[in-house]
Design a protein around this ligand. Structure first.
Ligand SMILES: NC(=O)c1ccc[n+]([C@@H]2O[C@H](COP(=O)([O-])OP(=O)(O)OC[C@H]3O[C@@H](n4cnc5c(N)ncnc54)[C@H](O)[C@@H]3O)[C@@H](O)[C@H]2O)c1
Length: 264
C-alpha cells in the first residue's frame, strides 16, 4: 500500500521546480494530483509524465492570486474527484532590489503571489476539508522568512507571515482534523535559481559555502519533506515549520564550516 493511495492533492505551481517535484512525488505515492498553474505548457508536461508512469493528473489553468481562479481550482477538483485531501501552497516568487526602490505595485505583487495566494487557496481548501473533517496542507516557505537577507524585503516579509499563518491555522483547525504545516527550503537548485547564477545575480559558490552540508538542495529534497507532512505518518504534527536546508538556518558561526572529519 502506497503512502497516499486514493488521496486527492492540489499542488499550486506544479508545472516547474519544487512544485513539479512535489506533484510527481505525490503521484508516485498513489495520490491523484491537480496541478494549478499559469504556465500551461509546463503543467501539461508534468501531467504527461505522471500519466506515463501510471498516475492520474488534472491540470487547471489558474492565477492563484485571483479569488475567482482559486474557487475554480477547487470546484473543478470536487467535480472530477469529489474531495480534496491535500493542498500544497507552493507558488511564490521574488524581485531583488533595495527596499527604498520598491514601487507600491511591486510590493503588492510579491506579497500577493506569496501570501495572498496561500490565504486564498487555504481558505477555499479549508472550507472543504473542515466539512470532511480531514485534510493536510503544506505551505512552501523560505529561509528568507527566518532572518535578515537584504534586498528581498516583500518576499522575506511574506514568507515570515506564512510561517505565522501556518502556526495560527494549524491551531485553528487542529480539533477538526485538518493539519497545516510549512516546509522551509534552503537554496534549491531549480531552473529558476540556475538562471540567476547564469545572469550573475547570485553566486552559487557563496551559497554552497554558507550551507553546512556543502551543497544546494534538490527539488526532490523538498518533495520528500512535503510528502511526509501530508501523510498519516505525520498525523500528530500541525502548525510547525520543517527546515529542509542542509543546516543553513541552524548555522550561526562567523567562520565557514569545514569537515570535522578532516580536523581529527
Ligand atoms: N528555488 C529555491 O531555491 C527556493 C528556496 C526557498 C523557497 N522557495 C519557494 O519554493 C516555491 C517554489 O519555488 P520554485 O523555485 O520551484 O519556483 P519556480 O519559479 O521554478 O516555479 C513556480 C511555478 O509557479 C507557477 N506560478 C507562478 N505564479 C503563479 C500564479 N500567480 N498562479 C499560478 N501559478 C503560478 C509558475 O508558472 C511555475 O510553474 C516558492 O514558494 C519559492 O518561494 C524556493
Amino acid at each position: 500500500m502506497r503512502l497516499l493511495e486514493d488521496r486527492i492533492a492540489v499542488v499550486t505551481g506544479g508545472g516547474n521546480g519544487i512544485g513539479k517535484a512535489i506533484a510527481i512525488a505525490l503521484a508516485e505515492e498513489g495520490a491523484r494530483v491537480v496541478i494549478a498553474d499559469i504556465h500551461m505548457e509546463a503543467a501539461f508536461k508534468v501531467e504527461e509524465h505522471i500519466r506515463q508512469n501510471g498516475g492520474t493528473c488534472l491540470v487547471v489553468e489558474a492565477d492563484v492570486v485571483r479569488k475567482t481562479d482559486v474557487e475554480r481550482i477547487f470546484d473543478e477538483t470536487l467535480r472530477v474527484f469529489g474531495k480534496v485531501d491535500i493542498l500544497i501552497n507552493n507558488v511564490g516568487g521574488t524581485i531583488r532590489k533595495a527596499m527604498v526602490d520598491f514601487t507600491e505595485d511591486e510590493w503588492d505583487q510579491i506579497i500577493d503571489i506569496n501570501l495572498k495566494s496561500t490565504f486564498l487557496c487555504s481558505q477555499a481548501a479549508g472550507k472543504i476539508m473542515l466539512k470532511q473533517k480531514r485534510g493536510a496542507i503544506v505551505n512552501i516557505s523560505s529561509i528568507h522568512g527566518l532572518g535578515g537577507i537584504p534586498n528581498r524585503s516583500p518576499y522575506a516579509t511574506a514568507k515570515a507571515a506564512i510561517n505565522s499563518f501556518t502556526s495560527t491555522i494549524g491551531c485553528e483547525w487542529a480539533a477538526d482534523g485538518v493539519r497545516m504545516n510549512a516546509v522551509v527550503p534552503g537554496y534549491i537548485l531549480t531552473e529558476g535559481l540556475d538562471h540567476t547564477f547564469n545572469a550573475g545575480l547570485l553566486n552559487r559558490e557563496d551559497m554552497v559555502r554558507r550551507t553546512p552540508q556543502g551543497r544546494l538542495g534538490t527539488p526532490e529534497d523538498i518533495a520528500e519533506a512535503a510528502l511526509f507532512l501530508v501523510s498519516d505518518k505525520a498525523k500528530f504534527i500541525t502548525g510547525t515549520t520543517l527546515y529542509v536546508d542542509g543546516g543553513y538556518s541552524a548555522y550561526h558561526a562567523p567562520e565557514i564550516q569545514t569537515s570535522v572529519y578532516h580536523q581529527i
